[in-house]
Design a protein around this ligand. Structure first.
Ligand SMILES: Nc1nc2c(ncn2[C@@H]2O[C@H](COP(=O)(O)OP(=O)(O)OP(=O)(O)O)[C@@H](O)[C@H]2O)c(=O)[nH]1
Ligand SMILES: [Mg+2]
Length: 275
């Protein structure tokens, strides 16, 4: 177990409960297997963050599938928090605070959830993965809450890491750049029938062309051109991935309960749909 994981495992003994935060757009790939292993020791509540970026019917399907101890929240607008807070306070021991930790993979909104629960902007929040670097405790009425650094599963399929880069939870730069990320994203959208939904805003229609050609169409549409009129595909890829991860292309759920796991590996790009 990596050092960060060992620290969290030590922490679990001091807790009454764990909140695992996942991204509502891909609740399967954004789950942290380490937190799953803690569920044998402590109750784990599942909070789907960024519900404003996911399709509402997709989020409903996930809440049904995850069961009664799951909630979906929009932390930017602070919506959906009251039922979660009520459920937490129901678990509070009579003579002391409820001790809980917010855990999950990087950039899913753990610190933002903690701030919303504590009622003040205490923990640092940021748009890139890896903002929280250590375990810190925060106190509010009835709750003693720990913020924790994001944990990535080193053994996850490379395809899962690629998917996390589309959501902003892993850095595309580290995984080989924006262009491979955008090409695998386009293949994934096609395999799941989501291409037209995601690219509707930019009026880019589905065609039977290779992903490279589709990315070029994106680049032309956005005016990502170099001298001579060729498309700057790295820039086009970056613009596409930034727009998707920040929700500018609309609310989209990438994974539904029961979908096959996304397992595209390097060198397998020609497998149908990469699934
Ligand atoms: N649209 C939207 N953005 C959110 C929501 N929750 C968090 N974010 C954004 O997600 C980014 C990451 O938030 P953090 O709270 O720093 O995430 P974290 O899980 O603590 O990240 P690390 O500390 O890096 O592991 C920030 O840019 C937030 O503004 C949400 O419900 N909706
Ligand atoms: Mg954080």
């Amino acid at each position: 177990m990596a050092r960060g994981g060992r620290k969290l495992a030590e922490l679990v003994g001091k807790l009454d409960l764990i909140i695992e935060v996942r991204d509502a757009r891909a609740p399967f790939s954004t789950s942290a297997p380490l937190v799953g292993s803690f569920s044998k020791l402590r109750p784990v509540f599942c909070v789907l963050s960024k519900r404003d970026l996911a399709a509402p019917e997709g989020t409903r399907a996930w809440l049904d599938s995850l069961g009664p101890e799951s909630w979906a929240v929009d932390l930017r607008k602070k919506e959906g928090l009251a039922p979660l807070r009520r459920a937490l306070l129901e678990r509070k021991p009579a003579h002391r605070e409820l001790r809980l930790a917010v855990m999950g993979i990087p950039n899913v909104g753990k610190s933002m959830l903690l701030n919303a629960l504590v009622g003040k902007a205490q923990a640092h929040v940021g748009g890139i993965p890896g903002v929280t670097r250590s375990v810190s405790w925060y106190r509010t009425e009835g709750l003693l809450v720990v913020d924790s650094p994001g944990i990535l599963d080193p053994h996850a399929e490379p395809g899962v890491h690629q998917l996390l880069s589309w959501l902003g939870c892993a850095r595309a730069e580290v995984l080989g750049g924006f262009e491979p990320a955008a090409l695998s994203f386009i293949r994934f959208l096609r395999a799941r029938g989501l291409f037209s939904t995601v690219l509707k805003k930019w009026e880019i229609e589905e065609r039977d062309d290779p992903p490279e050609a589709a990315l070029e169409r994106v680049g032309r549409r956005l005016g990502c051109l170099v001298a001579g009129g060729a498309v700057n595909t790295e820039l086009a890829a970056r613009r596409l991935m930034d727009a998707f991860s920040s929700g500018k292309l609309g609310s989209v759920t990438l994974e539904r309960p029961g979908d096959p796991i996304y397992v595209e590996r390097r060198g397998e790009q020609d497998a149908p749909g990469g699934l």
